[in-house]
Ligand binder design. Structure first.
Ligand code: SF4
Ligand code: SF4
Length: 489
């Protein structure tokens, strides 16, 4: 049974309990890394964050709470701390992987789930840098996924928070709804209204999350439809399905068109089912379990019907989620096995291209390129070498590494919408590191990262051409004028 207590704008007794949650360090931790009482309140962001003033007892129910065995894998060594973006920002134990695992532990032991605890979970970017860094193999991804599902199912977020999240989740996973926005957004951008609103400081008067949303809208180009079947150039080596994504499809249609051309040039027949919808990544990473499962089942059915050998994904967050379908649908008697089989077929674009080996000659692109590892590609899928190898195969292209490449840019699914302040700080940090490379072009594999970094560069008054890796490979295969890439936003 769930007990909720302390509803109210500023429930002092709940705040006291919340401080205790952030104040106790895990047993056995060195003193210097334990948080002091109340430090969480001072050290972490969260001012202006809508909070509910509620404590839920017990914190977790019996439906897949964070697993004790996985929690016990953490030996509190702290190797993960320097790569955790929120720990890097605030130096707060409860905003580190180790601290969050500790909160899961005390939640299991009977501590209430309250605003403070939820805040530390919410402020996790889900970037999985801790998974890469952890020498003990802690499966933090499974832990935070289970915890987020508990939060979303049990914790009554404030009305303001619920309304904003409802807006996001009724819009972004639905390409048709997003497409309806294209016209008004293009009018807003082309009429100069957006520029006027910024100059007049009107955006500053919007609620901070809405203002963050406005700043992240990309410049909208013309739609570029992808045929339902793109034949292989030359002998067919593979028949692959392509996920077109939601944000990718509507806001970056050129990326899907480029992906299909590159795959076809390297001998793949590319099937792009019209009926496909959202893969569920945004919902999965936000703890909306039932919604994510619904999207996953639909995606499995859609691609199963095509009989393709593999399913190719060009958005890191989507690929990472689709590789987890087996885990997401493990309790479903109809889909569990199908989901496992499906996940095994999923490949990131660069992963498949390197697996196949290039067939189409690459024309020179003499330029300096900074490669940005999207967290859901590098950390969550362990794919770092393949995009670099695919880019290095282009004659004349010089690859430059970005310092602190393991630290998230702050995009992280919906993170830059719901937690705009830390997201902006991380964006600024990444933008500075990108500029320091002296590259002509920034290349990555995730639409969210492209939006986040463009926004961060704009804040610094700087411009740098950006492209998805598929667009660079496509330009090399087609022998496009390198200036066409460098002239891009
Ligand atoms: S997923 Fe990222 S933000 Fe969250 S605890 Fe791990 S490193 Fe920190
Ligand atoms: S590196 Fe792994 S074992 Fe060490 S504190 Fe971090 S999560 Fe725990």
């Amino acid at each position: 049974m769930t007990e909720q207590t302390g509803r109210g704008p500023e429930p002092a007794h709940e705040r006291a309990s919340a401080t205790q949650v952030g104040a106790r360090g895990p047993e056995g931790l060195p003193d210097e890394v334990g948080a002091e009482p109340g430090q969480a309140d001072r050290a972490t962001a969260g001012a202006g964050r809508p909070e509910a003033g509620v404590a839920v007892l017990p914190a977790f129910d019996d439906h897949h709470p964070p697993e004790q065995e996985l929690i016990d894998d953490c030996v509190h060594c702290g190797f993960c701390l320097p790569t955790c973006p929120t720990y890097v920002l605030w130096g707060e134990e409860m905003d580190s992987p180790r601290g969050r695992i500790y909160l899961m532990e005390i939640g299991r032991q009977g501590e209430a789930m309250n605003d403070e605890m939820v805040r530390h979970f919410d402020q996790c970017l889900g970037c999985m840098a801790c998974v890469t860094a952890c020498p003990s193999g802690v499966q933090y991804g499974k832990l935070i996924e289970a915890t987020r599902q508990q939060v979303e199912r049990r914790y009554p977020r404030s009305r303001r928070d619920r309304a904003f999240r409802a807006l996001i989740f009724r819009l972004f996973p639905y390409p048709r709804r997003l497409r309806l926005l294209r016209g008004p957004l293009r009018l807003y951008q082309r009429s100069g209204l957006g520029t006027l609103a910024r100059r007049a400081g009107l955006l500053e008067r919007l609620p901070r999350r809405l203002s963050a949303m406005e700043r992240l809208v990309p410049d909208l180009g013309r739609p570029e439809p992808v045929p339902e079947v793109t034949p292989a150039v030359g002998p067919r080596r593979r028949r692959v399905g392509m996920l077109t994504g939601c944000v990718q499809r509507v806001f970056f249609p050129g990326v899907n068109a480029a992906t299909a051309r590159v795959l076809a040039a390297d001998g793949c027949e590319v099937v792009t089912p019209r009926a496909q919808g959202c893969c569920g990544a945004l919902s999965l990473h936000a703890g909306r379990e039932a919604e994510a499962q619904g999207f996953a089942r639909a995606a499995i059915e859609t691609f199963e019907a095509t009989g393709v050998d593999q399913v190719v994904v060009n958005a890191a967050g989507c690929g990472s989620a689709m590789k987890e379908y087996g885990h997401l649908l493990r309790d479903d008697p109809v889909f569990a096995e199908r989901a496992r089989a499906f996940s095994e077929k999923v490949r990131d674009l660069s992963e498949l291209l390197v697996e196949l080996g290039p067939v189409a000659p690459r024309h020179p692109l003499p330029m300096k390129v900074a490669w940005h590892d999207a967290c859901h590609l590098g950390h969550a899928q362990g794919i770092r070498a393949q995009p670099r190898a695919a880019l290095r195969a282009i004659p004349g292209l010089e690859l430059r590494e970005i310092a602190e490449s393991e630290i998230c840019c702050g995009s992280a699914g919906i993170y830059n919408l719901v937690e705009p302040e830390p997201a902006a700080e991380l964006g600024d940090r990444k933008a500075a590191n990108v500029l320091a490379t002296g590259a002509d072009l920034l290349v990555t594999s995730n639409p969210g990262c492209l939006l986040q970094l463009r926004n961060a560069l704009e804040r610094r008054g700087r411009h740098l051409a950006m492209a998805h890796v598929a667009e660079v490979l496509d330009a090399a295969v087609r022998g496009a004028d390198p200036a066409s890439l460098l002239a891009r936003d």
